[in-house]
Design a binder for this molecule. Sequence first.
Ligand SMILES: [Zn+2]
Length: 290
Amino acid sequence: MEHAIGVDIGGTQTRVAAVGEGQILARRAFPTRGIHEVERAIREVLVEVGWPQPTTIGVGAPAPMDMRAGRILGCPNLPHWNGVEVTQDLGRAFGCPVSLANDATCAAIGELAYGYRARDFVYLTWSTGIGGGIVSGGRVVWGASGQAGEIGHIVLEPDGPPCACGKRGCLEALAGGASLARRAAAELGTSLSARQLVERAAYDAAARRLIASACRALGQGIAILWEILEPERIILGGGLTGSWATLGPQVLSAARSMARGEPRLERTRLGDDVGLLGAAALPAHLPTDW
Ligand SMILES: [Zn+2]
């Protein structure tokens, strides 16, 4: 039996799990710090499930990375991880192969292995930022260096608001949770999270306009994906999809108004575990020539 460890490093929370036969057998969740905390959590779940050592470790992170080298590059959101040699350090600690990939690509792998299991779909994270992973013909689309699927950084408005990546008018800068919160502060004069902004839109026209423009931008991004890839479904997860009853119909109608055909959207059924399960399954889905 596979003794797989999945690690999902998030902007605020890190989650670690021992996964066997697609089931999470033991897990830890803790505020994101550095690699030592991850190492300790892996040791704890190994003891809990009685495995002497893992067969593989897969790590997903929301950061620029050198995937071949297994190294995280500079990332303002993950200061303890800048330059960390993830695969080398964990490989040395646990004596097994370790792989590293973008967190949204890991979530797409989670869907491919345990969720939607279709041949052609796109996974989209709609949270503080916006990320994506593409599955085409039953295989993960990695691109030349593992960076394919960075849907949040498609530029929709070249003169639009600045994005964390340094460009302007990216989808993430128009519809990501952090940018929505910033726009709420600037335009409504009050400090609100994106989720609170969604609640306020029920009775406040200015909040409603902000939400509508974010949904329109996301719909535009989805229409672009649809025209390029013609996926069977676009599967969404992440914090903002918790407000799907309000946001989903707006995103869908925007996407359908800008695409030929009828893009289909669906929320992930794996909930918050989609990225964690995908990280554990990552080693089986790596490019074969790496
Ligand atoms: Zn960007």
